[in-house]
Design a protein around this ligand. Structure first.
Ligand code: AMP
Length: 283
């Protein structure tokens, strides 16, 4: 396994790998790797001959009062995990490498990016789309793997790939959870023991909505209201948003299928989760 810091060196290598007809799989991450990330890496290892993992805490997707400075950084452990998964190259650029003086060109994202996390975190998806486009140009992947925990991110990046005719496939991957249902996240390490226990309210309320849906409740907005009520009942949780949206457009859903997407502060830590609700097959 090679660790590469320099973007030009990485791009030269990627161009020659792809030029030789070898397929490249890319897993973009911000590090502090957990089983969620590793599931993407293992899938890339199955589907692609050459696997690149990028580790970069991207400053342009953080707002001024967010956790850029204290975001967990565990590079040595991450490199061990990548080695164990059979990764070929770990790309670890610096912010100065990717945003040198004079950098001024960003991807302008459309309405998909304006709702949900885009409304709570202005500029977030502009930063995400910009870094993903840069990583795609540097790593030359045939496939890039994204987790559905960050559902809106997946949709925004998939849309950008289509809109810009990028020659790669965006592959969505299921949410990996802790045994008690909490979606794995690097930010879970911020939680105190009490907050960690309360954090399962996201999963529990989404499961409860799924059960209500199975029992016959088909109105997405009623289901979302139910999720909101159960999260609001937890004294340690504060709702940022709970929405039932069309899974493709992310506009408010009037009928199933609908994605129930939640963002919740547990203490000072902002957690997200989602669940797709579909009408049970009536045939
Ligand atoms: P991050 O390091 O948080 O930027 O995440 C890097 C990639 O891993 C993104 O595509 C995430 O959606 C994905 N990811 C993070 N957590 C999970 C999880 N619990 N299950 C599946 N994918 C995840």
């Amino acid at each position: 396994m090679r660790t590469i810091h320099n973007p030009r060196e990485l791009q030269e290598l990627a161009l020659s790998v792809r030029g030789s007809g070898t397929s490249i799989g890319l897993v973009p991450t911000m590090g502090a790797l957990h089983e969620g990330h590793l599931s993407l890496i293992r899938r890339a290892r199955q589907s692609d001959e050459f696997v690149i993992v990028s580790i970069f805490v991207n400053p342009t997707q953080f707002g001024p009062n967010e956790d850029l400075d204290r975001y967990p950084r565990t590079l040595e452990r991450d490199l061990d995990a990548c080695r164990e998964c059979g990764v070929d190259v770990v790309f670890v650029p610096s912010a100065a490498d990717l945003y040198p003086e004079g950098f001024q060109t960003y991807v302008e994202v459309g309405p998909l990016a304006s709702r949900l996390c885009g409304a709570s975190r202005p500029g977030h998806f502009r930063g995400v789309a910009t870094i993903c486009l840069k990583l795609f140009n540097l790593c030359q992947p045939n496939r890039a793997y994204f987790g559905l925990k960050d559902y809106q991110q997946y949709r925004v990046v998939e849309r950008m790939a289509r809109d810009f005719d990028l020659p790669l496939e965006i592959v969505p991957m299921p949410i990996v959870r802790e045994p008690d249902g909490l979606a794995m996240s690097s930010r879970n390490s911020y939680l105190s023991p009490e907050e960690r226990a309360a954090a399962t309210v996201l999963f529990r309320s989404l499961e409860d909505a799924a059960r209500a849906c199975e029992a016959g409740e088909r109105d997405p907005q009623t289901l979302a209201a139910r999720v909101r009520r159960s999260i609001e009942a937890d004294p340690l949780a504060r709702v940022d948003y709970v929405e039932a949206v069309d899974p493709l457009t992310l506009e408010p859903a009037a009928s199933l299928p609908a994605l129930i997407a939640v963002a919740v502060f547990v203490g000072n830590t902002r957690l997200i989760d989602n669940r797709l609700l579909e009408a049970p097959d009536s045939s």
